[in-house]
Every structure is written in C-alpha cells, then in structure tokens.
Design a protein around this ligand. Structure first.
Ligand code: NAD
Length: 702
C-alpha cells in the first residue's frame, strides 16, 4: 500500500518523513520568526504526526542560519499576534500526543523559539548554538510559557538570571545546566532523527510542565527592589521576576495564564513600544538611502588618529578595542605623552574594575602606536582628525594629509560644528573627506554621526557605515549643517532651559524635571560637563546672523563672562567642590539670573515641572522635524537613535520624535502653536509637522 501523501502545512513550515520520524522544517527566513503562519504550520504538523499511524516521533529544525530567532516582533500589536494557534496551543498538541517531539537547535533559539523548544520533550543543540530569552531587552516578558518551564528545567535562580538579564547561554553551558539533553557534533538532521526514534522506542516523554518546582528560597521582593528604576527596561525586569515567582506559587496552568496576562499588559505599554521602535530604528540607521547596489566598500585595516586629546585618545581606544591597529599622531612630545598616559589610565580603571584582563589591556595598548611624524600615517586606510576645533588649524592639517596620505585613504574629521565642505576644499580629494563625529567618551558612547559632505563619495559613506558597525558603534548618516543633527537640536533645547531659568525656575529644578522625565542628565549639568566655553564661542561666531526680533537670554553668556566654564573651572550653572563632579546650587548664579531677568523686563514666576519638560522636548521635536525636512537626517527614527545613543534620552520613551508620535502629532502641533502664541518667534511650527498633521499622518516618516 502506498502511504498517503504528506499534508501541505503552511508557506513557512515544511514536512518530511525520515523512516517513521516526521521532520518539520521552520522555513521563514531570515530567522524563522514564529509568526502566525509558522505557528499554524507547526501546530498542524505536530497534530498530523500525533495522529499518523506511520509516525513514531517528531523532529523540528530550522532552515538557514538559525533554529528560530523568536516571535515575529513586526506582528506585535497586530491581529496576527493574537491569531490562533498560539504557542500554548502548540504546547498542548505536543503534550496531548504520546510521541516524543525533539527540537534540534543550531544557530540561535531565542525568545519564542526557545519557548517552543522548552515545550518539546527533548532538546539537542550544535556546539555553536546559543539559547536565550531576550524579551526583557524589548520591555517584555516571555509570553509563551518561558518563565514557567525554564525554572522547572534549570532551577529558579538560574532561570531568573537568564530571563532577567535576557542574556543567551552557549550550547555547552546549556548542556551543563540541563537546558539541552545532548550536543550534536556532526550532522544535526540524522542525529536528531536517530535520537527521536530511540526516545520513541523507550517511550521517553519528559515535559518541563509536569516537573515539580522546588522552592529555592529566593527573596523575590529583594530581587525586584534591586532593579534600578532608571534602567531602560525596569518595568519588564520587575515583571519577569513576578512571573518566575508565580511559577513557584501557582499551578503550571495558572502560571501560564499569569505570564500571558503580564505579557499582554507590557506589549501594549509605552516602554515596550519605545524599545521595539528603537530595536528597528537601530537596524535601519546604518542603511544608506539610494545607495547603488554593489557599491564597493574599502578595507580599513589601519587607522590613524590626529590629536591625542580627549577625543583622539578615546577614538584610538575604540579601534584598539576592536583589534584594529592605530597610529596616534600629535604635534609635540608632551601632548603625546599626556595622551598615552590618559589612555593607559583609562584602561587601568577598567582592569581595576575587573572588566578587562591585564593581558587584554597590554594587547590593546600595543595596538596604539604613538608618533610625531606624518610619515607614519602615510599607509593608513582611514585617518581621523581630532585636533583643536579651529577652521584654520583643520585646513592646515587636511592640506598636509592630502600631501602625505596614500590614494584612496579616507580622510575624516571629528569636528562638532565646523563646515566639512570647507575642510574638504583644503584637499585635492574632497570625495574622500567625511565627518566622523564621535561622542565623548569616544571609547564608550555608541553613537557615531557619519557626516557626508557635498562631495563625499558613496563608496566612502558606505565604507564608514560598515566600519562603524565593525567597531560596535551605531552609525547615523547626516548632512552638513551647523551642529549636524544632535548638536543643532541641542541649541533649541538649551535655549528653552535658559529661558525657563530666566522666567523663574532654578537650574536645579530644570535639571530635576528632565531627569525625572528620564534624561540621563539635565541640560544645565550637561552643559557644565561638556564645557560652556565651546558653545559660547559658537554663539559669538553666529551672533551676526541672529534675527533681532527673536528673544535672546543673556544668562548663559553672563555665566561664561564670569569665567564659569563648567566643571573644568569648578563653576558653571552650578559650583563644584575641588575634585568633585557633584553640582551644587550657587547663589552667584541666582544673582546673574535675577539681573538678566530684570534687564529683560521679565517678572519671574513659579514654573511647573510639566512646562519645563514640554518646552524642552517640543524644542527638540520642532528642530528635529526641520532637520528631517531639510534632508539633514535620513529618517525620523535616525534622530531618535542619535538622541538615545548620544544624548542620554530615555530609551523607554523611544527618542524625541517617537515621543511626539506617542503624544500624537496633532497634539504636538497644538502645543507648539500655543507656545508660539505666548512666546513668539522661536516657536514657529516646522512646516513638515504642519503638513503631516494636515495629511492626517501619525508618523513623521512618510
Ligand atoms: P583637545 O583639546 O582635548 O585635544 C586636541 C588635541 O589635538 C591636543 O592634544 C592638541 O595637542 C592636538 N593638536 C592640535 N593641533 C594639532 C596638530 N596640528 N596635529 C596634531 N595634533 C594636534 O580637544 P578635543 O576635545 O579632543 O576635541 C578635538 C576635536 O573633537 C574638536 O574638533 C572637537 O570639536 C571635536 N569633538 C569634541 C567633543 C568633546 O566632547 N570634547 C565631542 C565631539 C567632537
């Protein structure tokens, strides 16, 4: 008798039989996300196998590079997410049958992918596989039984560590802790088929769900209390502790219901929406719109950095940390020694904290070669200039680079505000000149603004975007303008902070209102940290172009005129005790503020925190919309990436543009118009915002 033909399952799950073992292939590239069609295919395939007289066992594998990367997060908050069968229906189909189901894992089993594997009877893994439940990183808890099955399989404390950190374990560790049954060194498919057939022969059908869960005596309340409220995913971290606690207190079924309810609460909450927005935004940011397919990328094997100051040293460390050799060039011995000492001290601090071994520090130091000679940078593939912020100095340096560097070398400047096109014109190869705007400390901060000049070639842009990712940065492509994206937006943000102080708030109130909102630092304390003199110089440079009809606060200028440049002079918007970075209120600042207010005819008044937050945020948003319209930024989500990764904007709010979209573009516009009525000219709404509202759009990006 010929066997009945195998059923077609879905577009994303394929069924084969190998002897008396049914094999289900997850086939939804690139990572076999468990969207609605995969869930249907899996469910129907398992149900078919359980009912088929020709099948004794089931093996599930992933096609391509992974078993499964988890739920399909693009389907979150869409009807597809709620479409049955859900993961619990699939688990029920496994539990209802009397045949072993084996998950054969290669690549990754993350999130929903691992939850499915946990619902199987057995798990096999290749030695290079990684397993984890990273849901908390997206502001979620696992919603498919992960928090209930994992503690039953590997113990409460280990499970808590895994779900709360979201970190993956490698296959060997997974074997040690009982997360997988066996590692498979050779071909996974035949080994899994063989394993499944033997399990069927033995009638070996263990399920995590049926295991007892010994109370490990964990203090769950303490665990929750230890979650810092400022963490981007604080809510989710606390909620995941709740779920594991529920696993120890409730029946398995009630625990599942509890977990699912928590998942559904979080998936609709602002924190997770914001974190998922950023997840996609950071993956989108490195993409260059309109880049011709096949654009070549240059190999950047040797890097040179000019200037061993604050930025140059940090940039050199960023490359050494990625294993890339760097030549560090200075103009004089003393500065070079100072720079190298600072790098050594910085690494030393990391070693002292136990986060870097002495040997690794030595390896990194050996990758940084100090020099005073331009001859030593002639062979560099990428040169990054980080000398003084002075156009004459930069032009002189670039003319010299033009003469010395090999053809095809990328010549980059780390300037914060200067015109990159003018710098490029000091060379005969402006197509090779680009801005690489690192943020301080450059070895730590993830953001890199890649600034394309009018002549910068596509190849140079593409090479820089890839290089940034190679050294672990998040690149955002921007065009030339005063301050590029991040610092240009800061201008309006600071302006409002100063106005608010002049109108009646104290510097401490302004900073506290914004740190309560979630900013890592308040705008005034941040100014003190960065140094107020830099911005003062820029204001003086731009003074002739300032429209006379716009209000201007003199407070920041007066503070600088008093020699108060921030932390480095022990005083700025605050005063600082010697050797301390703690901002302390200073009556001298209050006196300056009152004087300025009196001169401007302002009657100071009490100001609510909400007004502070709204004015500072709306200033960011309005300028962001202008940058978008001018094409300085490629996308609104790029602006969010800039602010979260470079300016301490709370990730749990998704970035300034996402914040406005969450508020609603129409309400955002209404609020800006209301401010325009009271405060005038600075608040003319960005035309793009007006247009988006008129079109009925809810997003900035079309
Ligand atoms: P810095 O004063 O700490 O360091 C500049 C270094 O360049 C000094 O060590 C100096 O000796 C050296 N130098 C000067 N002229 C040189 C030359 N001709 N050849 C070689 N070396 C020379 O300054 P910084 O804060 O590191 O800033 C450097 C650049 O980075 C500036 O363009 C600045 O705008 C930009 N930047 C600074 C920050 C920041 O937060 N400090 C952030 C982003 C970008």
């Amino acid at each position: 008798m010929t066997p009945a033909p195998l059923p077609e399952l879905s577009d994303t799950v394929r069924l084969e039989t190998h002897g008396r073992v049914a094999v289900l292939w997850l086939d939804s590239p690139p990572v076999n996300g468990l969207g609605n069609t995969v869930r249907r295919g899996l469910h129907d395939g398992i149900a078919w196998a359980m009912g088929s007289a020709d099948v004794d066992a089931v093996v599930v594998l992933g096609r391509g590079s992974a078993f499964s990367g988890g739920a399909d997060i693009r389907q979150f908050n869409t009807p597809a997410m709620f479409e049955r069968p859900l993961s619990r229906d699939i688990a029920a189909a496994i539990a209802a049958g009397r045949k072993p189901v084996v998950a054969a894992i290669h690549g990754v089993a993350f999130g929903g992918g691992l939850e499915f594997a946990l619902a199987c009877h057995h798990r096999l893994a290749t030695p290079s596989a990684k397993l984890g439940l990273p849901e908390v990183t997206l502001g979620l808890v696992p919603g498919g039984g992960g928090t209930q099955r994992l503690p039953r399989l590997i113990g409460v404390e280990r499970a808590l560590d895994m779900v709360q950190s979201g970190a993956a374990v490698n296959a060997r560790r997974a074997l040690e802790i009982g997360l997988v049954d066996r590692l498979v060194e050779g071909d996974l498919l035949p080994a899994a088929v063989e394993f499944a057939a033997q399990a069927a022969a033995r009638g070996d059908l263990p399920l995590a769900a049926t295991r007892a869960l010994p109370d490990a005596g964990i203090d769950f309340a303490a665990r929750r209390a230890a979650v810092a409220p400022k963490l981007r995913n604080a809510l989710a971290q606390q909620a995941v502790v709740d779920c594991v606690e529920a696993a120890t207190r409730l029946s398995f079924e009630d625990g599942l219901t509890f977990e699912r309810a928590v998942f559904e609460r979080l998936v609709g909450a602002p924190e997770s929406r914001a974190l998922r927005h950023l997840f996609f935004a950071e993956r989108e940011a490195p993409k260059v719109a309109g880049l011709p397919a096949g654009t070549a990328r240059r190999d950047l094997r040797e890097v040179a950095v000019l200037g061993a100051g604050t930025m140059g040293g940090g940039i050199a460390m960023a490359y050494a940390n990625a294993g890339i050799p760097v030549v560090l060039l200075e103009r004089e011995h003393a500065a070079l020694d100072r720079g190298m000492d600072l790098i050594r001290r910085n690494y030393g601090v990391t070693v002292a904290k136990g986060k870097l071994s002495e040997a690794d520090m030595a390896r990194r130091m050996a990758l940084i070669r100090p020099t005073l000679s331009y001859a030593d940078i002639a062979a560099a593939d990428l040169v990054i200039e980080a000398v003084f912020e002075d156009m004459a100095v930069k032009r002189e340096v670039f003319a010299r680079l033009d003469a010395v560097c090999k053809p095809g070398a990328i010549l980059a400047t780390n300037t914060s505000r200067l015109d990159i096109d003018e710098i490029a014109r000091a060379t005969t190869r402006p197509q090779d000149v680009v801005g690489l705007h690192f943020f301080s400390p450059a070895n730590v901060m993830k953001l890199l603004e890649v600034v394309r000049g009018e002549a910068t070639s596509q190849e140079v842009i593409a090479s820089c975007m890839r290089m940034a990712q190679d050294i672990g940065k998040v690149p955002v492509l921007v065009r030339v303008c005063e301050g590029f994206v991040g610092n240009r937006m800061l201008t309006g943000y600071w302006r409002e902070a100063w106005f608010l102080v002049e109108e009646g708030a104290s510097p401490q109130q302004v900073d506290r209102a914004l740190t309560d909102f979630g900013m890592a630092m308040g705008p005034l304390a941040m100014g003190d940290l960065a140094g107020l003199d830099i911005n003062w110089a820029a204001r003086k440079r731009l003074a002739p172009t300032r429209p006379a009809h716009l209000r201007y606060s003199k407070v920041a200028d007066r503070i600088c005129e008093a020699g108060r440049f921030g932390q480095k002079t022990g005083a700025g918007w605050y005063r600082y005790e010697p050797g301390s970075r703690t901002p302390l209120p200073d009556p001298a600042v209050d006196a300056i503020v009152e004087q300025c207010a009196a001169e401007a005819g302002i009657t100071r008044r009490p100001i609510a925190d909400q007004e502070i937050v709204e004015r500072c945020m709306l200033a960011l948003v309005n300028e962001g919309a202008r940058l978008l319209e001018e094409g300085i930024a490629q996308r609104a989500s790029d602006i969010d990436v800039v602010y979260v990764n470079g300016y301490g904007f709370p990730a749990s709010r998704g970035g300034p543009m996402f914040w406005a979209e969450t508020l609603g573009l129409e309400r955002t516009l209404d609020k800006i118009r209301a401010l325009e009525r009271v405060h005038g000219g600075h608040w003319v709404p960005a035309p793009l915002l007006v247009r988006r509202v008129a079109e009925g759009q809810v997003r900035f990006d079309a």
